[in-house]
Design a protein around this ligand. Sequence first.
Ligand SMILES: O=C([O-])CC(=O)C(=O)O
Ligand SMILES: [Mg+2]
Length: 233
Amino acid sequence: MSHVIIKNIERPDQNTIERLKSFGTATVHEAMGRTGLMNPYLRPIYDTAKVCGTAVTVSAHPGDNLMIHAAIEMCQPGDVLVVTVTSDNTDGMFGDLLGVSAQSRGVEGLIIDAGVRDTTELTKMKFPVWSKAISAKGTVKATPGSVNIPVVCAGAIVNPGDVIIGDRDGVVIVPKEDVEKVAQAAQAREDREAIVRQRLAKGELGLDIYGLREKLQNLGVTYVDKDTVKVES
Ligand SMILES: O=C([O-])CC(=O)C(=O)O
Ligand SMILES: [Mg+2]
């Protein structure tokens, strides 16, 4: 198998990416028709972790961070490293040294379908990481892989230059050609939710706001007094 490092990738323009920054992952995932979400086993190393930037992708050998070092050279300010491994692994492939290196090049964060270590230091540095595991187990720098090829990371397809959004709820990928459309749909969703939130806060019920009484009735659910109840399972 050949391994490559693709040096020049297309990134959406910064103004369009900025438009996605204010939205949470749940909103963006919904705005995309419930697509693009990575497996929820990825967790942030600290609760307030948040990222929105463009993907530089890495396909690495399990237990080997050689290609992460190679990828950092390809990064521009505003990028997010997205690392996948060619078979299931939880080794701590990335720590505070790589974090310092990445941060010095303007990298905004790391998504890794494997392990991370030095999480106390990475938290102090405010370098957000979403990983499958936290593990002190170290890795070597010996095996080839690729940078900036399409990858599957935690169950989601990521192309280099796609927009990665991460927060406490998870990680979502917005394909680079869809960013504008998704930003519009996310804003429309937030506007709708703001109205519903106000109504709920005043005590109105979801049953009425969403027309669910009729749905319950159509499904044959009846309201009864406890003395007359006959429950069918
Ligand atoms: O050195 C490594 O291979 C990973 C690590 O702990 C660091 O980046 O600090
Ligand atoms: Mg270390």
